[in-house]
Design a protein around this ligand. Structure first.
Ligand SMILES: Nc1ncnc2c1ncn2[C@@H]1O[C@H](COP(=O)(O)OP(=O)(O)OP(=O)(O)O)[C@@H](O)[C@H]1O
Length: 302
């Protein structure tokens, strides 16, 4: 490969040919042989991969006949062996075929998942986690008490109000808010660390958090709004979850009615229908795939 590149760059530099007789001598090729035949000799096993093609394009120009088409025989497609055919095609195309990727790998992206309380954001994310690799789900820091079944460091980092405020002071949070009396915030360090490792980042925030993040990240992140198929379904889920008091339930329902209006600020909406959690999680996965296939990628810098 190195030899190929070196040779190709010599050709591109339009090096004057007389010194090439020395090159020919080293390569055991008789100067004066027809360009085409020399090309074939040099592509033999003694010099695997050396690109002669481009050099002869240059040699032709040096000979003052740039318009003369290169006489490179392309063997019959159905008879030639593949390696021979590729070499002939390379010769005719004028430069070696690169096996470098045509498009660079997409850079890690930030996906913000939001929606009213009780629509199933956590449930969708949990399923997506099982379905897809290469995603890092940022663990939010919160000052709220742990719910039964939750695990510190997995569901949230459960910290005291004082610890939370100290993180705010040190500018260690990308975004934070006081939600229903408790602090919730996104640690920056975690995002940086995982983006550096090539992971896509999923942030799960409430509507207020999504608004703040839109101000910080703008178009550099993808914003997905999760909803239930109806208000009734959303309230049922909240009731069935049995995590709220009567009062907090009412606050969440009133807030949710307002929050649905902000749907227009998002890039995508995912309807998480009753009993169709799998479909909702897969749809989020498809959105990520579609974003990765975009010609103009979003590039978030945290
Ligand atoms: N598609 C679905 N069908 C039926 N139940 C669901 C579905 N999605 C989620 N749920 C259930 O609805 C309840 C609320 O879901 P979840 O806790 O994920 O909501 P959330 O949007 O994260 O809420 P919050 O913002 O209050 O934390 C949970 O008990 C969950 O198991």
């Amino acid at each position: 490969m190195i030899a190929r590149r070196a040779c190709f760059s010599i050709c591109r530099s339009h090096a004057v040919l007389p010194p090439c007789s020395a090159i020919f001598r080293n390569l055991n090729v008789v100067p004066g042989a027809s360009p085409c035949r020399v090309a074939w000799k040099l592509r033999g096993p003694e010099l695997p991969g050396v690109c002669i093609t481009a050099r002869f394009a240059s040699s032709d120009r040096q000979m003052g006949d740039a318009r003369r088409p290169l006489a490179v025989p392309i063997p019959d497609l159905d008879k030639a062996n593949k390696a021979e055919l590729l070499r002939a095609l390379e010769a005719s195309a004028g430069s070696p075929f690169s096996d470098e990727p045509i498009c660079p790998a997409p850079s890690p992206m930030v996906i913000v998942v939001s929606g009213p309380s009780g629509v199933g954001k956590d449930a969708v994310i949990k399923r997506l986690r099982e379905l897809r690799e290469g995603l890092h789900f940022v663990v939010t820091a919160t000052s709220r008490p742990m719910r039964p079944g939750e695990v510190d460091g997995k569901d949230y980092f459960f910290i005291s109000k004082e610890e939370f405020l100290s993180m705010v002071e040190k500018d260690e949070l990308l975004e934070y808010a006081l939600v229903y009396g408790d602090y919730k915030g996104i640690p920056k360090q975690q995002i940086r660390e995982y983006m550096a490792k090539g992971y896509d980042i999923v942030l799960r925030v409430d509507i207020q958090g999504a608004e703040t993040l839109r101000g910080i990240l703008g178009k550099s992140a993808v914003f997905i709004f999760v909803v239930a198929e109806s208000e009734l379904a959303m309230v049922r889920r909240l009731v069935d979850r049995k995590t709220e008091t009567k009062d907090s339930l009412l606050v969440r329902i009133k807030t949710a009615r307002e929050e649905v209006k902000s749907i227009r600020h998002f890039d995508y909406v995912v309807v998480n229908e009753e009993g169709k959690l799998e479909d909702a999680a897969k749809l989020v996965g498809s959105i990520i795939d579609a974003e990765k296939a975009k010609v103009r990628q979003r590039t978030a810098v945290i």
